[in-house]
Design a protein around this ligand. Structure first.
Ligand code: GDP
Length: 195
């Protein structure tokens, strides 16, 4: 998608505050500092629309970004401070749970992990949570400009294996610095919008 027009529409903490346009939504999840804001900015060709966070875990609202008057990117607060394993699901933020499990226009979830390291237990738990609710997931390994090309395959299999990604879950290697993977991410989003 060629994006010229993006604006923050609203910050919400409860369903009554969600937009009512009926446009498809793509949620973005990941641990604090994983590169979520940088990914969003790269996707929409901006330097600094979605603010890059210097205080991890500070954003506690769902932020709805209106893209080209036809789609919302929904920035979900970074996890890492909230456990989301099956046993601890009840402890997972009510706000996030309400959104991810109850939002009918949610078409898919982009889950970011740090491509430089093996996924964490939180990453694994989040993926299990999303698949438990049958949400279509795109996993993105970020910061790949910090990984040698000769190690790409290794990174990919490490993420797939550690997170036990189902064969149907796509994985994109991404860099906000070089733009690597950007087209693949957009292709997935656009396909999800058509569904
Ligand atoms: P957020 O907390 O998930 O929104 O993460 P940010 O987008 O604020 O990024 C956290 C830090 O990682 C910042 O210092 C970014 O500059 C850096 N970062 C994000 N994406 C990339 C990337 O693709 N490559 C590199 N080298 N650094 C990145």
């Amino acid at each position: 998608m060629l994006v010229n027009d993006v604006d923050i529409r609203t910050s919400a903490v409860s369903p009554s505050q969600y937009p009512t346009d009926g446009w498809p939504e793509i949620a973005l999840v990941g641990r604090s500092n994983v590169g979520k804001s940088s990914l969003t900015n790269k996707l929409i060709n901006r330097k600094a629309l979605a603010r890059t966070s210097s205080a991890p875990g500070k954003t506690q609202t769902l932020n709805f970004y209106e893209v080209e008057h036809q789609l919302f990117f929904v920035d979900v607060p970074g996890y890492g401070y909230a456990k989301v394993s099956k046993a601890q699901r009840a402890a997972f933020g009510e706000m996030i749970e309400a959104y991810l499990t109850g939002r009918t226009v949610l078409r898919g979830v982009v889950q970011l992990v740090d491509g430089r390291h093996a996924p964490t237990a939180d990453d694994v738990a989040m993926y299990q949570y999303l698949t438990y609710y049958h949400l279509p997931v795109l996993v993105i390994a970020t910061k790949m400009d910090k990984v040698k090309p000769s190690q790409y395959n290794k990174s990919e299999s490490s993420v797939r294996k550690t997170m036990t990604l189902s064969p149907g879950t796509p994985l994109v290697l991404f860099s906000a610095q070089t733009g690597m993977g950007k087209d693949a991410v957009w292709a997935w989003i656009e396909a999800r919008m058509q569904d």
